[in-house]
Design a protein around this ligand. Sequence first.
Ligand SMILES: NC(=O)C1=CN([C@@H]2O[C@H](COP(=O)(O)OP(=O)(O)OC[C@H]3O[C@@H](n4cnc5c(N)ncnc54)[C@H](O)[C@@H]3O)[C@@H](O)[C@H]2O)C=CC1
Ligand SMILES: CC(=O)C(=O)O
Ligand SMILES: [Mg+2]
Length: 372
Amino acid sequence: MKIGVPREIKNHEYRVGMTPAAVHELCGHGHDVYVETDAGTAIGFTDDDYRKAGAQVLETAAEVFAAGDMIVKVKEPQAEERAMLRPGHTLFTYLHLAPDQAQTDDLVSSGATCIAYETVTDHHGHLPLLAPMSEVAGRMAIQAGAHCLEKAMGGRGVLLGGVPGVSPAHVAVVGGGVVGQNAVAMAVGLGARVTVLDRNMDVLRRLDDLYGNRITTLFSTAQTLDQAVTESDLVVGSVLIPGASAPKLISRDMIQRMPEGSVLVDVAIDQGGCAETSKATTHQDPTYSVDGVVHYCVANMPGAVARTSTLALNNVTLPFIVALADKGPIEAMRADPHLKAGLNVADGKVTYREVAEATGHPYTDPDSVLIL
Ligand SMILES: NC(=O)C1=CN([C@@H]2O[C@H](COP(=O)(O)OP(=O)(O)OC[C@H]3O[C@@H](n4cnc5c(N)ncnc54)[C@H](O)[C@@H]3O)[C@@H](O)[C@H]2O)C=CC1
Ligand SMILES: CC(=O)C(=O)O
Ligand SMILES: [Mg+2]
């Protein structure tokens, strides 16, 4: 198969869909890989590294999209990239379609087969291609939040861990999944007072086993959430209903009642955000304030630590890239229901129920489009 790897073009996005090591593996399986010039230069993967791994380096994204049958990326295709998709293309990347009508419409029009990393499953029912980026973003959420609490950033001037004789800050983590667990680990490590809320009791039990009385676990109801959010210096939004738009759990009224200078890091922003006041921001201009509350809503947080993130992402995507290339997309998805769960759009149809519901497209069963 011919595989294209364009340079990412989202704001301050330095990750790359395939490392030279991944390219080497695909070339070893007899596939041809086309990489856009400078796709990995910013994180130390030079064009020469890609050539040595067996890739052909092309000058423009247009050439990469023209050469590749499968396009392997990191972030959702931007409008100019979507214009280069065609029937016969397989797109393998993060998509986050439910809150993104324009992208969904364009992918449907493209006729391409679009597989979203974030809805591929595993036999535990987890999301293995989302997990490493959630680990990164969860850890970064506390770093970003601590920075935003500084006065110069508009924060209330509070040190997360306090100092001897002064109370630590209160951190509320809303959603105790992969992002949430990693945020809790960092916040506890820095000495903050941590409350985590979830609606899955197994998630809360696991955190209780790990941290005992060093954290507070709360079953999330309108009441517990309201109290935890409005009493916190830093709130991390980390809920997810796979494939769906994030539920708006944090209302404008709750934001209004948070202390002046407190901070919301809404990691769930890639699925639309879990606060009514959240709107996506970029690494270039990451924060804004609503009612005195600093909002950090960067939709590609792991892009900031792009080398770590690219390596972590390729660890999990590589076996799927190999399967898609070796077997072809249709056979690979027919053979693996977990990969098939990643199929969001194919043949001009939306094949993921939550995306169809959120965007008004009719839902089509993936099996009906996976016909050889
Ligand atoms: N902004 C960024 O750069 C990044 C964003 N993310 C996003 O972070 C979000 C969380 O991802 P993961 O932690 O991997 O998901 P996850 O599935 O591991 O965890 C989500 C948790 O939310 C809980 N939950 C669902 N509804 C809830 C409710 N009403 N109240 C309380 N808890 C609820 C679930 O029980 C689950 O434990 C996703 O939207 C993901 O795409 C992930 C990586 C990077
Ligand atoms: C998952 C996601 O949105 C990211 O890694 O940028
Ligand atoms: Mg206020």
